[in-house]
Design a protein around this ligand. Structure first.
Ligand code: K1U
Ligand code: ZN
Length: 187
């Protein structure tokens, strides 16, 4: 398995619509495995294909040590409301409160292309909505008020200028890479 670079705010692929997956191939399985490894190394609870520079309609998720992949997902039910803090591996160190549905039912295909549904509440529901948003070019900062979005973007630009960083990819550090199998070791 390999760690993938994570595309960050400003990379055009984060704003593009993804393409539905029509065939399950060995290359797709490799991508899924690499996305899980990258997500664990970055200490995320989800990761969508555009975040690693890919256009396939798929995301990986592990909120409660129950990893799964959603291929071609759609939200078939959304109800209730929750407000809570979100971050994004593509916008490091920026956080904001986002209102989301409290419960969602998502229909998707698994890594073998088999259809399934997941009925989720609270953090898992939030994560599913965040990851499905990525597949449609939406980011959590889009939901912030104008004032909060401007403040978040100003903080982001300042951090990037300080680092002299003009690139649109984030390479995980060797320390992060060394921790990429952490969940395996804990089990
Ligand atoms: O897609 C991503 O950028 C991953 C992102 C997903 C996410 C974060 C917060 C709420 C919903 C979805 C992350 O995993 S960022 C890491 C993080 O914020 C977090 C990590 C563990 C528990 C809770 C949040
Ligand atoms: Zn994100």
């Amino acid at each position: 398995m390999s760690l993938l670079d994570i595309y960050v705010l400003g990379a055009p692929i984060l704003r593009q619509e993804t393409i539905p997956v029509t065939t399950i191939t060995p290359d797709l399985h490799q991508l899924i495995d690499n996305m899980f490894e990258t997500m664990y190394a970055a200490k995320g609870i989800g990761l969508a294909a555009p975040q690693v520079g890919r256009a396939e309609q798929l995301s990986v998720i592990d909120v409660d040590e129950h990893p799964f992949v959603i291929i071609n997902p759609e939200i078939v039910l959304a109800e209730g409301k929750q407000k809570g803090e979100e971050g994004c591996l593509s916008i490091p160190d920026i956080y904001g409160d986002v209102e989301r549905a409290m419960r969602v039912v998502v229909r998707a295909q698994d890594r073998d292309g088999q259809p399934f549904e997941v009925d989720a509440n609270e953090l898992l529901a939030r994560c599913l909505q965040h990851e499905i948003d990525h597949l449609h070019g939406r980011l959590f900062i889009d939901y912030l008020s104008l004032v909060k979005r401007r403040a978040a973007l100003a903080k982001w630009e300042k951090a990037r200028q300080k680092d002299g960083d003009r690139s649109h990819v984030r390479k995980l550090t060797p320390e992060e890479a060394a921790g990429s199998h952490r969940r395996d070791e804990e089990l």
